[in-house]
Design a binder for this molecule. Structure first.
Ligand SMILES: C[S@@+](CC[C@H](N)C(=O)[O-])C[C@H]1O[C@@H](n2cnc3c(N)ncnc32)[C@H](O)[C@@H]1O
Length: 503
């Protein structure tokens, strides 16, 4: 997908215009704005449906259809298409060539109908990043100024289009219809400010209806789950919000939806008329935070071990996936969690793979001097040096600049906690927690985003939390959030919300 550009297929363009009576609104005098109009799939659908009703648009009517795009070629195609298919000439000022976020089109729209670009801030090119950063900051989407660098870089540009449209270009009591990635409403973290959005001008607006589209007709190129959100300006928000799920053959399942917790939390749909599901609450010691497994930044050859032999005098023979054989200090080789640890109804199986962690048990990386005391580790790292130094990422780069090119992500004192309450967090549709103890100095490690865990220093607290984690309410809660079998299934942010720290 080039810069988040996916043109709306004719089916969905006609559907949105028909479902929300947008052609009639335009016929009856509404000013319509399509920010990021591309080749005009949405405006064309308005014209098509209006003409189909026998309406003969005048130049004045066409002047109430506005499109903005920074792609001049697309605008040209838009204009030609309307001429060729409907014999209509769009007035010169109805299509604006420019950046919608940087230049206001000076339109007060009664209807904003858009399929804005779907691309996260972190994936924009550097020029766009610097141009949009101040606008993101002003929009109320990034309450914490640092958040565009941290998790906030996952905020979608589409969210900024919505915030800008509602705040700047909407006439009084205007309506907004936006095709959007579903994670704006369903995901943890990056979009919580979007969900509880306070427009900088203080204007009120409400999410009136949401339709999840991906169970219905296809949306070629969307690449993610997508929905249609209907907003109304200058009115209060009421809950629940009607939520429809597309089914094959144009049918819909009717549901209600509510934020699962505080107003910024992900929205959950539930059967219309019933009570919204409530998140389970789990007491944990203050400071207990769910974490992802260890991340080797793509250098699995240097850290992941496929086989190990018997330890002798503190040295253990190891083999990596390339078949490279060596000895490593046994104290730095740890069992890695694998699917067989999480088979329901079975005990934690034997380790299938291991991970080499050149760290001390307080979670600190070994210094160059400390490594000299462990020649096996030093030799092994030296053999993998080129690959290790070439790893991407700012944090790993900073370590490499200090000569500590063997750094890993997600290693700290918590990595060596005596108890880990762990679960598979990625791509699953069942929730199977396991309690790993470190008897005999065996500290099991999670494998990158596949596993998440909460570290515990106290056995009793770990066992109590484990008991609560085994409740079927956990899996039910995660299923309600959506994301079964996706990367978000039981990621740390989703579980963190359930924890009740007790001092
Ligand atoms: C997802 S496409 C959708 C196009 C069209 N609305 C449709 O439904 O087929 C998004 C469009 O936004 C345009 N775009 C992206 N960033 C923009 C910006 N900052 N200002 C104006 N247009 C932009 C792209 O050129 C592209 O045509």
């Amino acid at each position: 997908m080039k810069s988040g550009i996916v043109y709306t297929p004719r089916y969905w363009a006609d559907w949105v215009v028909d479902t929300y009576g947008i052609a009639d609104k335009w016929i009856n005098g509404a000013v319509v704005l399509d920010p990021g109009c591309g080749r005009g799939a949405l405006s064309e659908a308005i014209i098509r449906l209006a003409v189909g009703k026998g309406f003969k648009p005048s130049g004045k009517d066409l002047a109430r259809l506005h499109g903005v795009d920074r792609d001049e070629t697309a605008l040209l195609a838009f204009r030609k298409n309307i001429d060729r298919h409907y014999g209509l000439k769009l007035p010169g000022n109805s299509l604006i060539s420019g950046d919608y976020l940087l230049e206001a089109p000076k339109v007060a729209a009664n209807v904003i109908l858009a399929n804005p670009p779907w691309i996260s801030f972190g994936d924009l090119n550097n020029e766009d990043k610097s141009a949009y950063k101040p606008i993101f900051r002003k929009s109320g989407l990034t309450p914490d100024p640092r958040s565009l660098l941290l998790g906030g870089s996952r905020i979608d540009l589409a969210a900024l289009f919505v915030a800008t449209a509602l705040d700047r270009d909407m006439a009084k009591n205007g309506e907004g219809y936006f095709f959007l990635p579903s994670n704006l409403f369903r995901g943890e973290g990056a979009h919580s400010a979007f969900r509880r959005l306070k427009l900088p001008g203080g204007r009120s607006f409400a999410l009136r209806e949401l339709r999840e589209l991906e169970g219905g007709e296809s949306f070629p190129g969307a690449g993610t789950r997508y929905c249609l959100a209907f907003y109304k300006a200058d009115c209060p928000q009421f809950w629940p919000v009607p939520w429809f799920v597309a089914l094959p053959e144009g049918r819909w399942r009717e549901m209600d939806a509510h934020p699962v917790d505080d107003p910024g939390s992900p929205m959950v749909p539930y059967p219309a008329g019933s009570r919204p599901p409530r998140p389970p609450r789990i007491d944990v010691p203050a400071g207990a935070v769910p974490r992802q497994g260890v991340n080797c930044g793509g250098a699995s050859d240097a850290f992941i071990l496929e086989e190990i032999g018997t330890e002798e005098h503190g040295r253990i023979p190891v083999v990596n996936k390339r078949g490279t054989r060596a000895y490593l200090p046994a104290e730095m080789v740890y069992p890695l969690m694998s699917p067989s640890c999480f088979i329901p109804g079975r005990e934690i199986g034997k380790p299938e793979r291991w991970i080499f962690l050149p760290y001390s048990r307080d979670g600190k990386i070994l210094s160059t001097e400390m490594l000299k005391d462990h020649p096996d580790a030093e030799n092994w790292l030296e053999r993998h040096k080129i690959h290790l130094v070439g790893r991407k990422g700012a944090l790993l780069g900073r370590y490499a600049a200090k000569g500590l090119y063997w750094a890993l992500l997600g290693v700290g004192p918590y990595t060596f906690a005596p108890w880990k309450l762990a679960w598979e967090s990625y791509g699953r549709d069942r929730f199977v927690p396991r309690l790993f103890g470190s008897e005999d100095g065996v500290y099991w490690q999670g494998n990158q985003a596949l596993h998440a865990y909460i570290p515990f220093s106290d056995q009793k607290a770990a066992e109590e939390a484990f008991r609560d984690f085994k409740s079927p309410a956990m899996e039910e809660y995660l299923r309600n959030l959506g994301g079964a079998s996706t990367k978000s299934w039981a990621q740390p942010g989703r579980i963190r919300r359930l924890l009740n720290p007790v001092t």
